[in-house]
Design a protein around this ligand. Structure first.
Ligand code: ATP
Ligand code: MG
Length: 137
């Protein structure tokens, strides 16, 4: 069964949106197979976003992800990688379709509430990085 790494970013945690976001994926029919509330180190943030290290916003992105606790999750289900990305909406909340998480809860590209793996390769890499590959059930 396909798995994806998803994370409620510091803005989502601070605004009390963990329950709402978990609920959306549960109601869709995906299964939560691991989760933890954690403070992210700079080293972990830089590794997670290493594909973006040459972007002008990389420093700000790492500052933001390390600014407060995140809620890291592993979800399982049919096509969970692409379907969860569709439920999240486009990276820029201003372009995200109504009804998506980013459209409903965010206004800025930097603080866009949620991360989700974008490919099977990155899902595996991120589940290994954040959870040492472990799932609870
Ligand atoms: P994520 O990887 O966080 O799920 P994404 O896959 O939709 O988001 P990426 O291209 O991987 O988008 O960018 C990672 C994050 O970097 C985005 O979620 C956003 O917060 C930030 N980001 C992307 N583009 C910009 C930009 N032009 N200006 C500022 N921040 C940006
Ligand atoms: Mg991405």
């Amino acid at each position: 069964m396909e798995r994806s790494f998803l994370m409620v970013k510091p803005d989502g945690v601070q605004r009390g949106l963990i329950g709402e976001i978990v609920s959306r994926f549960e109601k869709k029919g995906f299964k939560l197979v691991n989760a933890k509330l954690m403070q992210v180190s700079r080293q972990l943030a830089e590794k997670h976003y290493e594909e973006l290290k040459d972007k002008p916003f990389f420093g700000e992105l790492v500052d933001f992800i390390t600014s407060g606790p995140v809620f890291a999750m592993v979800w399982e289900g049919n096509n969970v990688i692409s379907v969860s990305r569709a439920m999240m909406g486009k990276t820029n909340p201003a372009e995200a379709a109504p009804g998506t998480i980013r459209a409903d809860y965010a206004v800025s590209v930097g603080m866009n509430i949620i991360h989700g793996s974008d490919s099977p390769e990155n899902a595996k890499r991120e589940i290994d990085l954040w959870f040492n590959g472990e799932v609870v059930s």
